[in-house]
Design a protein around this ligand. Sequence first.
Ligand code: ADP
Ligand code: ZN
Ligand code: MG
Length: 477
Amino acid sequence: MHYEAVIGLEVHAQMSTETKIFCGCLTKFGSEPNTQTCPVCIGMPGALPVLNKKALEFAVRAGLALNCGISPMSRFARKNYFYPDLPKGYQISQYELPICEHGFLEIVADGGLKKIGVTRVHMEEDAGKNIHEGAGNSSLVDLNRAGVPLMEIVSEPDIRSPKEAAEYMKKLRTMLRYLGVCDGNMEQGSLRCDANVSVREEGSKGLGVKVEVKNINSFRFVEKALEYEIKRQIKAIKDGGSIIQETRLWDSDAGITQSMRTKEEAHDYRYFPEPDLAPIAVRQEWIDEIRASLPELPDAKRQRFVSSYSLPEYDADILISEKPLSEWYEEAVNAGGQPKAVSNWMMGEMMKLLNEDGINIENCPLKPEQLADMLSLIDKGTISGKIAKTVFEEMFRTGKDAESIVIEKSLVQITDKDAILKAVDEILAKSPKEVERYRAGEEKLIGFFVGQAMKLTKGKANPAALNEILKRKLSDK
Ligand code: ADP
Ligand code: ZN
Ligand code: MG
């Protein structure tokens, strides 16, 4: 019997608004505990919430980009439960009338495109945070996060493998970052995911009993947690057991999921319409305005990069993965850089240096025009491709232009035949044995001579001229 996995993801994305969803407190991460709070977000009786319009706009932005319909009438609901990080005893969320519904997100699966249905996007407030370390036998509660706006993006159970789940999450993250509605910082918890998974006999249409896996905060863990859970479920069924609907916790250290509680049902939460907030009616003109302000989205940009710049899909994929990276790329091309050459330098040397220094493209000391200028020096033959690496790194470190670096460090390529000839003569005179072996047919030794000559000329010999002269000299008897 073969089994297949059925997966649906619930992603919580923290919206990057400056203030909280129902009060004016700041959302800034990492401040002293409980310094970003007020009577509304710590749940003082009688304090009234007021919806942050920016949060609504961000949810609509995300919904439109995810091909959802925007509900003309939507409202908040109270989700009641008790936990120390939830001072009101309920979370303000949306339930039967979410702001966005019935969309989809396209991911790459098995080389083709696959649509994953987006059931809904709704707004809700985050809870606070319990801190168990450093307080002896007590726990502390930090309410800075209470009331920070979240959107929950719920997918249809259209995902069929852990890999697809990771793809979906990556795509969603890129999309939200393009839209500017969530910074996607997974370490800080700005993007978290609960994964629902069941298994069924391959080919069957019905759905198996699902398990919800909580506490997933990286792409790798989505895959790992789901792989583990799918194996566990298949084994349980094959062993003659059955799956119970439950909530399990992903333990990334142990690499396993562990039962946390049996699954709660919607009625356990006693959802009811939030009486302190009026229903939300959004005007069509406002939706149109938001639609018109959407940036070019990653898929459209990838296609354009492939068709306008003749880039391989692979390059385009990497370059569009972050909006600022794609903008840097286009600026370099617009400054005259040959599209594929710019891509190569960015994906190779530039990413390497950025990674080494742990900085992102927004803070890249090198400007796009500077790369274009350097490429033109290679084209003109002023510097070789090899020397260009030195120049590039120097530009990156100092922010100076390629031209000044070339002059300062006298890196101009030696194209003068006599100078190269002199170097070649010197090398050949120093290596009579290798010359003999080469002449006896060991032609791969050409690499050795090239290396020696480059060393002697500090890498400045024009490679084509050097090769030609070497070969000619070596064949003279
Ligand atoms: P609940 O009522 O438990 O919250 P929902 O129907 O709201 O369940 O679905 C929550 C998530 O679980 C969604 O992402 C949905 O796609 C997914 N899901 C629902 N049923 C299944 C199933 N049988 N197997 C896997 N995922 C499922
Ligand atoms: Zn507040
Ligand atoms: Mg649900």
